[in-house]
Design a protein around this ligand. Structure first.
Ligand SMILES: CC(=O)SCCNC(=O)CCNC(=O)[C@H](O)C(C)(C)COP(=O)(O)OP(=O)(O)OC[C@H]1O[C@@H](n2cnc3c(N)ncnc32)[C@H](O)[C@@H]1OP(=O)(O)O
Length: 467
């Protein structure tokens, strides 16, 4: 897999003689992100094809021990080809020369194994053969799985209905035959494309994989390909319920932005409802995924009649008078009964419902421009209590230690506590912007932007998958 290239040397480029010195030359190295390119391919003809574009992983520097740089090579280029059918990979490594400088020569094989582990194949010919020898890998692996949804078969009025008929969501318990092996081949994709993720524990049978599979008609035999997947943990809640926690979700880069992440999430939501779990939560959702999840949940909540009176009542209070002029702004949180009904029927947990609640109110206000000032006061109140843990009533001064490079012992800020109680000391204080009100204003502006964006998406209608 390693090829040394001769540096192009003509009469004009003949190397000049250099004086030998008694110490190793300084080597500045090259960042992994700069010299490694990743390609996802589904046929051997695509390998080395100029028509195939590389895909962008999260941060390759993270996988290189030390400072994320590779040392000792001149003109280093690493093209990694991943067979998206068998999930094997091959690294084509070329460089002009090596120099054993002050940082030594990075062991490329072990660096690549940090990501690709046993999926990496050393010999190119052997890799090219995996497209035919391992053609049915996915098909064999999922043969024992449970089909949770097939595209275009569901009569319900949701996104899942629109998904092309060659797609299926198949569930496998991690302890079942094949699921562990299949996941171990997916790990490099998780590491490359899901920011901050760690592989799940394949020995823990409470994990389930929901695999988004595309079944392409191909001559006599259909070809199965993984388009995306999610790993979900099902765990006990005292005294007699189960909860679901979505921990990793990935749609392969070339399939992103086509509504498939939405579709997969929708199928998982339907499973949570059908199996009547206590709730469905998400572990550290990325911004993009949270956006998709909120759009989906808002569509469900807008069709959920039991909360309509609570929304109407909140809207009525908000439209009655100038809230922003009042000394104390009402909380504008949903009643406990609504929180409970939403969790029990839709499996949306309290935190996510509160997040959606603000947008539900925004959507129900009309004309929005007339009430924007009051609405902003409500959001300000929410943001403030999120940061400090409580609502503002009587401001009282508080002193909080903050980290500082200058005089660590003597660094603190004074701010007004929201209700006289001890404030949340996890509050993030930016030393460059000591004005807390200014910081709060910024957070409120960001939140309002977010609300507007989601509200706009939801008003335009649920995105439909096209593949
Ligand atoms: C718990 C965690 O794991 S958090 C980490 C989440 N995973 C990752 O970040 C890994 C990398 N990213 C991904 O795998 C994917 O992008 C996911 C899972 C986040 C989302 O899946 P996707 O299939 O790309 O999402 P989907 O297509 O449903 O929606 C994304 C966008 O495409 C838009 N979209 C949906 N359908 C269509 C369509 N038919 N045509 C064009 N655009 C569409 C959506 O409106 C959305 O746009 P927006 O962001 O402007 O609102």
């Amino acid at each position: 897999m390693v090829q040394k290239q001769q540096a192009a040397a003509g009469p004009d480029t003949e190397p000049k003689k250099r004086r030998r010195v008694g110490f190793s030359p300084a080597d500045t190295g090259v960042e992994a992100n700069e010299c490694i390119k990743i390609y996802l391919v589904s046929s051997k003809e695509e390998v080395d094809s100029p028509d195939i574009s590389s895909v962008k992983p999260v941060d390759l520097n993270d996988f290189i021990d030390g400072d994320g740089k590779i040392y000792g090579y001149q003109g280093l280029k690493i093209n990694v080809w991943i067979n998206s059918i068998s999930l094997h990979s091959y690294a084509d490594i070329t460089y002009q020369s090596t120099t054993n400088g002050d940082k030594g020569i990075t062991d490329l094989k072990s660096a690549l194994q940090n990501i690709f582990a046993e999926t990496i194949v050393d010999d190119k010919e052997e890799f090219l053969q995996t497209f035919s020898t391992q053609r049915d890998f996915i098909r064999n692996m999922v043969s024992d799985g449970e089909v949770m949804h097939s595209g275009a078969t569901d009569g319900s009025n949701n996104n899942a209905e629109m998904v092309s008929s060659d797609l299926q969501v198949i569930r496998m318990q991690i302890g079942s035959p094949n699921a562990g092996l299949l996941y171990s081949r997916l790990v490099p994709l998780v590491l490359l494309f899901v920011d901050g993720s760690n592989p799940i524990d394949v020995t823990d049978p409470d994990w389930h994989l929901y695999l988004l599979i595309q079944k392409k008609e191909d001559k006599d035999d259909p070809l199965y390909q993984i388009v995306g997947f999610t790993a979900i943990y099902k765990f006990f809640r005292y005294p007699d319920r189960l909860r679901m926690r979505l921990s990793q979700i990935l749609v392969l880069p070339s399939f992103q932005g086509k509504g498939l992440g939405t579709y997969l999430m929708e199928v998982v939501n339907n499973v949570a409802v059908a199996e009547n779990v206590y709730d469905l939560t998400v572990e550290e959702p990325s911004e993009k995924f949270q956006h998709i999840r909120t759009c989906l949940d808002l569509n469900r909540l807008r069709n959920f009649d039991p909360i309509k009176p609570a929304i109407d009542s909140a809207v009525q209070t908000l439209t009655k008078g100038k809230l922003s002029k009042k000394a104390q702004i009402p909380r504008f949180t949903p009643p406990l009964t609504a929180i409970e009904k939403v969790r029990e029927s839709l499996k949306i947990n309290k935190k996510q419902f509160l997040n959606c609640w603000e947008i539900l109110i925004y959507l129900a206000l009309g004309p929005i421009d007339k009430y924007m000032e009051d609405y902003t006061s409500v959001i300000t109140n929410h943001v403030r209590s999120d940061i400090l843990g409580k609502d503002i009533e009587t401001p009282k001064k508080q002193v909080v230690d903050v980290p500082s490079e200058h005089e660590p012992e003597a660094s603190f800020v004074v701010f007004k506590s929201l209700n006289g109680e001890e404030a949340n000391t996890n509050v993030q204080v930016d030393e460059n912007k000591p004005d807390q009100e200014q910081q709060l204003k910024q957070l409120v502006e960001e939140r309002i932007r977010e609300i507007k964006l989601v509200a706009e998406k939801v008003s335009m209608g649920c995105p439909k998958a096209k593949i």
